[in-house]
Ligand binder design. Structure first.
Ligand SMILES: Cc1cc2nc3c(=O)[nH]c(=O)nc-3n(C[C@H](O)[C@H](O)[C@H](O)COP(=O)(O)OP(=O)(O)OC[C@H]3O[C@@H](n4cnc5c(N)ncnc54)[C@H](O)[C@@H]3O)c2cc1C
Length: 623
């Protein structure tokens, strides 16, 4: 490179912020003459990755907020969005703008790690220096794995032991007061054919109302590197009330920490999954996910708030604080634990096949692979009853109000409380439906605003007792669990409005309400809201026996029997001593089906109901 002074291309990704950014600090430390803040609008994310409108909207708002903050630091700059694959766009920009240094925040997980390796190799070959700096996590996941003898961290205590040997997280860096300007931004001789947008599968096709136009140009319709819009993605407006951006993240952190007692006494298992306005936890996960909030900013703000609580302005001492893992700092440690676990396992972390830490359990509707081990997409349909149970779970029409309310909240808001995630994940997998955690993780992937490849797959493995946690006989009740937090059914009344007028007594079990109660509530079970789709007691027992058999066999995702497809047959053999249990539970399930049919005509609508006085009333169904 002829230029003496550095010319920096700063590639923003999941670090949509100016505060607490070690990578940005490193870039500015090069004292560059020009500084180009860019974003590559990757077609992989738009077409090949499941992502719903709420997460995209949150991301676009985060980009807009960042762009405004960049302009506030230098009126000549903003976020420059180039629409194409980073693997071709970044090397081309380096060449066109005579870049000496490519700087970005390191990402160690999933597709991002593979993408970055490709980009890094390509620009390094062209003589550009790459500066990739850690910042998304408190610790370097690879360093944790190294300290853990190359193994994934499978518990908070193993993670703490490994992290104790590493430097503690520093205080957050301040945002820069000013920024150097970008240089010439011409894109000549860029052309779309050099930055192809594959015309293959669009996994988000069902969400689109119109065609995708965001790739018609490389730098936006007016050639001004504009941030794409939902309309250009062919999508309708978002439904979430959660707004994106660094400004909003800092405002929320400030507001949460204003209540010092709330921060100091935070005990995750005691926070209520039934609260939503405001929620009982910080709801900062989407901001941490997209880097609108730095993890050191979060950590130190919490620590400082607790210090102020322990010794207040008047010198009064308070020792009423909680400890990790249940306190707020402990929550960040779970995040770190999953980063390090994923880092050790690699891409198979998101699936069963090839995943060294994931127990093999013969879940229904697992991913399917061809003879050469490639995943079959779309997955061939499974057993009709399993498919129907999965769809009902996803759509929030299982007939279990607690489960349905959570799934509807997830779809509408893109965020649900941790224990709500526990409830629906347990229900789908080992609790009731015996459906693969891979299916549930895929739905979360699409609908969660805070979706993260490490936290999502890691927590799904935890909840399904496939890894991290093994007490498969402890199953969340669909009535008893929510009742511990809220006997009035607030969440159900909000997200299943058809049940809003049921008395508290029946809010989690409306199918048990006598017919006159249903009539008074304006909601007939089986017509206006579904009858429970399964017998929870029978299915729970059945799931426990099946998981027990899988544990006894002791296979993991990377065992030969799983890779060559013989594991299911092995499990059937191992399971045979439990045949009597299975037959007994089949009997129970059939009894439930009969009960359900008794209350329904052929088209699934109700035919008769029990009155409060115990007499039966024939119910004439109006279609
Ligand atoms: C099945 C399932 C799937 C999940 N998928 C995701 C996901 O894709 N992305 C995600 O960020 N979290 C995921 N979680 C973890 C957790 O539910 C959310 O991080 C948390 O509910 C976010 O709400 P909050 O910001 O109010 O959390 P708080 O309780 O306020 O915690 C503060 C921060 O700590 C982190 N954190 C807390 N708990 C966990 C945890 N168990 N694992 C990892 N990080 C944690 C989050 O970044 C969170 O913002 C999942 C949990 C389950 C059970």
């Amino acid at each position: 490179m002829s230029s003496l002074q550095a010319r920096v291309l700063y590639w923003f990704r999941t670090d949509l912020r100016l505060h607490d950014s070690p990578a940005l600090h490193a870039a500015l430390g090069l004292n560059p003459e020009v500084f180009y803040p860019i974003w590559t609008w990757d077609p992989q994310y738009v077409f090949a990755h499941r992502v719903g409108v709420n997460r995209l909207s949150f991301l676009l708002e985060g980009m807009q907020d960042l762009s405004l903050s960049l302009t506030a630091c230098n009126p000549k700059t903003k976020l420059h969005v180039v629409r194409g694959p980073p693997q071709t766009v970044v090397p081309a920009l380096c060449k066109a703008w005579n870049i000496t240094h490519l700087v970005y925040e390191k990402d160690t997980a999933g597709y991002a790690a593979v993408r970055d390796a490709e980009v890094k190799a390509s620009v390094t070959k062209a003589g550009v220096q790459v500066v990739d700096v850690l910042g998304h996590s408190l610790y370097d996941p690879q360093a944790i794995v190294d300290q853990n003898k190359g193994n994934p961290t499978m518990s908070i205590s193993s993670w703490i032991t490994a992290s104790n040997k590493l430097p503690a997280p520093s205080r957050p860096l301040l945002p820069p007061p000013s920024l150097p300007p970008p240089g010439n931004t011409t894109l000549i001789p860029f052309s779309r054919k050099d930055h192809p947008v594959a015309n293959g599968v669009d996994v988000n096709e069902d969400d689109r109302e119109t065609v995708v136009t965001c790739y018609d140009t490389l730098a936006g319709r007016d050639g001004d590197f504009s941030i794409p819009t939902l309309e250009e993605l062919g999508l309708p407006p978002a439904t979430t009330s959660i707004r994106g951006g660094e400004t909003e993240a800092l405002k929320r952190l400030e507001a949460y920490c204003a209540d010092k007692a709330q921060v100091a006494r935070f005990a995750k298992p005691k926070t209520s999954p039934a609260e939503f306005d405001p929620p009982a936890t910080t709801q900062l996960s989407p901001y941490l996910k997209f880097g609108c909030l730095g993890s050191r900013e979060f950590l130190w703000r919490v620590r400082d708030t607790i210090s102020q609580w322990i010794m207040d302005q008047n010198g009064n001492k308070n020792d009423d604080t909680t400890k990790h893992p249940e306190n707020l700092e402990g929550q960040l440690l779970f995040r770190e634990m999953y980063f390090a676990a994923e880092c050790a396992v690699g891409l198979p972390f998101g699936q069963i096949r090839g995943n060294a830490i994931c127990r093999f359990i013969d879940w229904r509707l697992q991913n399917q692979y061809d003879a050469s081990g490639h995943r079959i997409h779309p997955r061939p349909l499974g057993d009709a009853e399993d498919e129907e149970r999965f769809s009902a779970w996803q759509d929030g029409r299982t007939g279990f109000p607690w489960i349905d309310a959570i799934m509807r909240q997830l779809r509408q808001e893109g965020w649900i409380h941790h224990l709500a995630r526990h409830s629906v994940a347990c229900f789908l997998t080992r609790g009731q439906c015996y459906i693969s955690w891979e299916r549930g993780a895929e739905v979360f992937d699409k609908w969660l605003i805070d979706w993260d490849p490490c936290a999502n797959a890691g927590n799904w493995m935890w909840l399904s007792c496939s890894a991290f946690f093994s007490m498969y006989y402890r199953v969340y009740g669909v009535k008893s669990f929510p009742e511990k937090f809220d006997k009035t059914g607030k969440l159900v009344r909000k997200f299943c409005p058809e049940l809003a007028k049921f008395p508290d007594k029946f809010i989690y079990t409306p199918h048990l309400a006598p017919v006159d109660v249903q009539e008074k509530a304006g909601c007939i079970i089986g017509r206006d809201y579904p009858f429970p789709m399964l017998d929870k007691k029978v299915e729970k027992e059945r799931c426990i026996q099946r998981v027990k058999a899988a544990y006894a066999l002791g296979l993991y995702g990377n065992d030969a029997a799983v890779l060559n497809g013989s594991a299911v047959a092995k499990l059937k053999n191992a399971d045979s001593p439990n045949a009597t249990n299975r037959e007994a539970s089949e009997g129970g399930a059939n009894h439930h089906r009969r009960k359900r049919q008794e209350c329904h005509s052929k088209d699934g609508l109700p035919t008769k109901r029990t009155r409060a006085d115990g007499t039966i009333k024939k119910y004439l169904v109006q279609k």
